[in-house]
Write a protein that binds this ligand. Structure first.
Ligand code: BES
Ligand code: MN
Ligand code: ZN
Length: 505
């Protein structure tokens, strides 16, 4: 089942409805220099006998915090919240925080709905459609609260609907804006699905549980065809590398394949491959205890693929995409793979497993070989692959490495556009340290502590030579560490935008 929080995000034309009689729990007015010239604001202010204007003048002179006003005579809204608008120079991440914090505020006052006046600034170089899409996406994503494994203390999101109020748009512009709201909402839903799967504790999201949830998608979205391969089927395909990761666990691995055909039958699909390690202890190369709980998010790549597939299906997008969720649990045990063990991958290349904690690349390499049978136009894998990317880029950017510069450029561009940003690292021949082993064709680590993110991608590149491919390392971007702790839903916006914009040709 997908994971939608809001029932819907609606676009409403203020030319047709009267803002004063609008029944809403929370009317949000962004305040900027031109708010006073806005007709809706003027009408509201008049009813408040100049009170709104006065509050704006006094409050935002020296404070930035939003101000929540109770119901007013003659105005149907139960509360009005004045928020300092972002200026048009503000960067995208500030806008994302701005929208998300309004949703959070809505939940905190138990509002069932929000009406947001789209009257204020729009970031420069962006248009109203970008604004509407981004707002819809962020209101949905910001309304998310994880409560599934809370019992006595569960707090569920109160928000059900968001209304974006626009004014002065032509019929044609309104149609476009409605489409943007729909698209943003669907991307926000995809983010929430990814966050939800990631936030589920590992004992609530084993490979078989994720299998069940993925299979359930085809009931909700008949256009999603879901196949699942169990350990026997993976063995039959020769996925010795993938299977080696699950060997130490009592939880059997599962690889799910989700097909979506919305484009022409002759269009080659874009393939998405997600790392789905439902818990990464490191295996025999055991991880240290501090923050090991965070390794429940080691399936965020697979969770993002799940989310993106729901977004595409919900939008009925006219594209062909195949998504793979490569799930397994990495545990130490008497049956576990040991450092130095050699396994044979589906590609035929043998791999010396020098570190069982470099397990992501071991499941991905077989999944990447498998996906070649779809003759994909492009393959993008997303994986919480290396701690090194956390050091290199921090949480603000995902790391991108690719064997095709056009693809890399489009990924970077979609990242800029959505604020779900990525940064490219080189994938030169010099980094192919994985070839240096005396006992197999490849080793799963190499190069010591240097350039860990790139050497991991270099390993994957040995399995992706037949097609155009990019690898996105989301180890830092997919979740927030303590104290905020929770999935971010990234890179769902980036990849959704990339696919929906049809810039991959
Ligand atoms: N899932 C981890 C990567 C990770 C670490 C993500 C910390 C987020 C925070 C991955 O499986 C891993 O353990 N990678 C090793 C590779 C090393 C053994 C070459 C790492 O990064 O330490
Ligand atoms: Mn690991
Ligand atoms: Zn891992």
């Amino acid at each position: 089942m997908s994971h939608k929080v809001l029932n819907n995000v609606f676009l409403k034309d203020l030319g047709k409805i009267d803002v004063t009689s609008l029944k809403t729990d929370l009317l949000v007015i962004p305040v900027s220099t031109h708010t006073k010239k806005n007709n809706s604001f003027k009408t509201l202010d008049k009813l408040s006998k100049g009170y709104l204007n006065k509050v704006c003048n006094n409050h935002f002179k020296d404070k930035n915090a939003p101000i929540l006003l109770p119901a007013m005579q003659g105005i149907a809204a139960k509360n009005i919240m004045l928020v300092k608008d972002k200026d048009s120079e503000a960067q995208t991440y500030k806008w994302l925080d701005f929208f998300a914090s309004i949703s959070a505020k809505g939940n905190s006052i138990n509002a069932k709905d929000i009406a947001f006046l789209v009257t204020g600034n729009i970031p420069k170089n962006k248009d109203i459609n970008w604004f509407i899409e981004t707002a819809a996406r962020s209101f949905e994503a910001g309304a998310y609260i994880f409560s599934e494994t809370k019992n006595k203390t569960a707090k569920k999101p109160s928000l059900r609907n968001v209304h974006l109020l626009v004014d002065g748009l032509s019929t044609k512009e309104l149609t476009a804006a409605k489409k943007s709201a729909k698209q943003g909402f669907a991307i926000g839903e995809g983010m929430n699905a990814a966050k939800y799967l990631g936030d589920l504790p590992a004992n609530h999201a084993t490979p078989r549980i994720i299998e069940r949830k993925t299979k359930a998608l085809s009931k909700e979205f008949p256009k999603l065809k879901v196949k699942s391969l169990n350990e026997k089927e993976l063995a039959k395909l020769g996925m010795g590398s993938y299977l080696s990761v699950a060997k130490g666990s009592d939880e059997p691995p599962r690889m799910m394949i989700v097909e979506y055909k919305g484009g022409k039958a002759s269009d080659k699909p874009i393939a998405l491959v997600g790392k789905g390690i439902t818990f990464d202890t490191g295996g025999i190369s055991l991880k240290p205890s501090p923050a090991m709980d965070e390794m429940k998010w080691d399936m965020c790549g697979a969770a993002s693929v799940f989310g993106i597939m729901t977004t595409l299906a919900r939008l009925n997008a006219d594209v062909n995409v195949v998504g793979i969720l490569a799930c397994a649990e990495n545990m130490p045990s008497a049956k576990a793979t040991k450092p130095g063990d050699v396994v044979k991958s589906m590609s035929g290349q043998t791999i010396e497993i020098l570190n069982t904690d470099a397990e992501g690349r071991l499941v991905l390499c077989d999944a990447l070989t498998y996906v070649g049978r779809y003759k994909p136009s492009y393959v993008i894998d997303m994986a919480t692959l290396t701690g090194a990317v956390v050091v290199a880029l921090g949480r603000h950017a995902s790391g991108v490495m690719s064997n095709d510069q056009f693809l890399a450029d489009k990924i970077l561009e979609a990242g800029e556009n959505t604020g779900d940003r990525a940064w490219q690292l080189p994938l030169w021949d010099e980094y192919m340290s994985c070839t240096k082993t005396n006992f197999a064709d490849l080793a799963n680590i190499g190069g010591g502590r240097e350039a860990g993110t790139i050497t991991a991608a270099a390993f994957l590149s040995k399995f992706t030579e037949d097609y155009k491919w990019a690898h996105i390392d989301i180890a830092a971007s997919a979740w927030y560490s303590s104290p905020k702790k929770g999935g971010t839903g990234r890179p769902v916006p980036l990849i959704s935008e990339l696919i929906l914009s049809k810039k991959l040709k």
